[in-house]
Write a protein that binds this ligand. Structure first.
Ligand SMILES: NC(=O)c1ccc[n+]([C@@H]2O[C@H](COP(=O)([O-])OP(=O)(O)OC[C@H]3O[C@@H](n4cnc5c(N)ncnc54)[C@H](O)[C@@H]3O)[C@@H](O)[C@H]2O)c1
Ligand SMILES: NC(=O)c1ccc[n+]([C@@H]2O[C@H](COP(=O)([O-])OP(=O)(O)OC[C@H]3O[C@@H](n4cnc5c(N)ncnc54)[C@H](O)[C@@H]3O)[C@@H](O)[C@H]2O)c1
Lengths: 204, 204
């Protein structure tokens, strides 16, 4: 099994390999990969060794082969149907974001509890009533729910996601969620990111 | 020195202490704190011991004292002036977000390169031309630049931030940045969060 910290770095390697390939370069040395990602060269070699990939001394790693292999390990060989729950400022920005679709994460439905927003259509995606989450999610085989609802509503929405048998949540609400058995959870904590900066700013 | 992983967990403890205090509870045991945050109880005790805080057996930790201490350690005893660079979908959602101001991160200016957006005013915050970043940032003593510009523009904007002597960046663009010397960097990687989910979904 690959450690979670290595998995998180794979996304970074994937982005850098994309940039290198776009620049027309076929191989890359671990030193250069380290400089581009900010990860130390020994860690780069250790991470890539998990996948049986060994840079050839003096030549480096073959970029397009490694990129394909990392995409496969991250499960990016196919698309994932996503639903955005909460069509406020953040939910709408996420829906308009073409970068998700390019990575294979296709938003197929949006949900809200506000009657003014239900029956909207944004970027070709219909906004449904949250009460219909279970039916619509089963019909469209939604695998990832992106939560962009206010903090106080988040836990109740997470339980509705589990009830609808959606297996994964990406939560933007600033509250710790208890997602329920069998539901994978990733949390984006904007305030936490800023607090990690304020911690270091006041030490300067 | 406190390890970065502990610092990242402090934000989570802070949010949970806020919820506990709002519920009228004065003390909390490490077991309960573990259940609310999803962090194992031994790690909770180890983290809080860094700050000299030891739960009293049978009583637990005093919530409001710890909350104050963590706010102090994270540098939250004062406000931080922030600037959002890039007033597209995400930049506007971030500007409308009241949660930042509540945590002490006050957006004092926004910047863009699009002539149609310069001289806008959103939520009382003026949108300036990116060419004026250095003058305006010095005048308003901006300490954190939040980058919401497209990937191809991000590195050049990061260099303008260093030139304007803004000491910290929170980057949303999906490219690894090489900020100048002396600039603190935190990266939000939305695609990376989704890839961490797809990695685990395809293993189910
Ligand atoms: N706006 C940002 O930039 C930003 C950044 C980071 C985190 N967040 C977090 O993301 C969440 C959304 O923020 P926002 O600024 O878009 O808020 P918002 O108030 O603009 O939008 C929230 C939306 O959720 C809907 N909603 C409320 N309860 C619901 C329920 N039970 N089921 C379905 N929909 C429901 C509302 O009708 C509204 O449309 C918040 O938790 C916020 O803390 C926002
Ligand atoms: N929208 C989202 O939900 C979302 C989520 C995660 C990450 N991102 C990332 O955040 C960034 C912004 O996304 P978006 O959807 O808001 O894009 P957008 O195209 O709607 O907005 C980008 C804005 O940046 C401005 N800009 C371009 N070059 C600039 C420069 N040199 N200086 C100042 N301003 C400049 C543009 O004029 C535009 O207003 C992108 O890098 C995107 O990949 C977006």
């Amino acid at each position: 099994r690959i450690p979670v910290s290595t998995v998180n770095r794979l996304s970074l390697y994937l982005r850098v390999f994309g940039q290198i390939e776009a620049g027309g370069q076929a191989t890359v040395a671990s030193r250069e990969l380290a400089a581009l990602t900010g990860i130390n060269p020994a860690q780069v070699r250790k991470d890539l060794a998990y996948f049986g990939q060994f840079g050839r001394r003096g030549v480096g790693y073959a970029v397009s082969g490694l990129k394909r292999e990392i995409r496969c390990i991250l499960g990016l060989e196919r698309d994932y149907a996503c639903a955005i729950i909460g069509m406020g400022h953040l939910g709408q920005a996420l829906l308009m974001y073409k970068g998700l679709r390019d990575q294979g994460f296709k938003v197929v439905a949006a949900f809200d509890s506000d009657p003014d927003k239900i029956h909207w259509e944004l970027e070709g995606v219909p906004v449904y009533d949250i009460a219909e989450l279970k039916t619509v999610a089963r019909e469209l085989n939604v695998e990832i729910a992106i939560l962009a609802v206010p903090g106080p509503a988040a836990q109740e929405v997470a339980e509705a996601v589990a009830e609808a048998r959606i297996p994964a949540i990406l939560n933007f609400a600033p509250v710790p969620l208890r997602p329920g058995p069998g539901v994978l959870l990733r949390q984006v904590d904007l305030a936490g990111e800023l607090e990690a900066l304020s911690y270091r700013l006041q030490k300067l």
